[in-house]
Design a protein around this ligand. Sequence first.
Ligand SMILES: *Cc1c(COP(=O)(O)O)cnc(C)c1O
Length: 442
Amino acid sequence: MEMKHRYFEDPIVRKIAEAEECVWLNPHLRPAEAALAALPYSRADVEDAALRLARFAPYIKRCFPETAADGGLIESPLTEIPHMAAFLRKSSAPCLPGRMLLKRDSDLAVAGSVKARGGIYEVLKHAEARACAAGLLRETDDYSILAEPEYKRFFQQYEIAVGSTGNLGLSIGIMSAALGFRVTVHMSADARAWKKDLLRSKGVRVMEYAGDYSEAVRQGRALSEADPMSYFVDDENSVDLFMGYAVAALRLQGQLAAQGIAVDAEHPLFVTIPCGVGGAPGGITFGLKLIYGDNVHVFYAEPVQCPCMLLGLATGLNQNISVQDVGLSGKTHADGLAVGRPSGFVGGIVRTLLSGAYTLEDDRLYNMMRALMECESIFIEPSACACLPAPSLLAAAPGMEAYLVAHGISAHMENATHVLWATGGRLVPEAVREEYRNTYLR
Ligand SMILES: *Cc1c(COP(=O)(O)O)cnc(C)c1O
């Protein structure tokens, strides 16, 4: 903690350390073309991931019939939420103009959260590599054969392991078990009981650790590395997870176009994503900047007690600082965001792409959750609700006027589109939803 003291001179770091709600506008944001040119990944990497998901579509369709309508692609609706927009405008002035849409990854098939993108993608990629290396699969095959018992027996000899606060474990666990892999999810003791129960019901081995999430990851990784037949999904450093998430941007592009929503210099797109370790929001950010360049403005939302990505970016220390280092507890009701240390890999990529980030108190999550249910009859989990107040929290930020002017969009905000990324919710059992609905923190 001693060596980190000099960072407290920065007013934003002081606010973060005091667990005060704040908005940070990224001083390192660069024009998209230059920022992207400096990165080691390109559009080809995202397209490669999209093609792989397309190869697996016949298999996904066969194993998870709920994806049949989308031809075996796991995708979520993009829904305008006019009543919620009216609620935000009425209950909190100021508020950025423009229409509001909800990207409902909360309804994603199979895993019920944004993790269905990265987590499932990484498992599929691993399965493809194993089966191809063994001569059992070619990229030109119809991948629905992977549901045959001989393939399940083949995958049975391998293990997939992951450390998770919950949703990543669900996506990795459900997909791995469906393919036939042995799978172990290492969880911190504070992970929700229903997630552990659901995983066990799918044949997933759940290991619990008394410490926090990082401890579960550390121990899980050590166990997996000692076993040559085991593959550890590393959500702090995985490029595969990242690219799986990035495919979301291609899908969003299709959905915006289908709804006739323009994104250009006179029609800015604002996207706000709840952020934990950074993989999901980072991948989506990368994909969106590739597509929309300077016309998309991406923000992250984090709990006041757990703003790990904001802290890493604002100090420039990335994974070398944790929220505990500045005296925060790391404890939040937003269990999907309860990560104390950000991914250094993601921090390095989004440093020049991200427009900014804000923090919010946990009680807002429940209030927003209730408001969305009342206004639009849509349930999303508390973590996901972190994105909902974006248009009003950003409007109130001291530097926001200047930001809009600097990007030449202050005269075009009536044409703006706000995409609020609802990251999870579908698998939450009714009894737990009821508990959430009745939670008031002040
Ligand atoms: C995991 C998760 C996030 C954030 O994703 P990271 O990759 O951890 O940053 C946001 N919301 C929900 C519901 C999640 O499960």
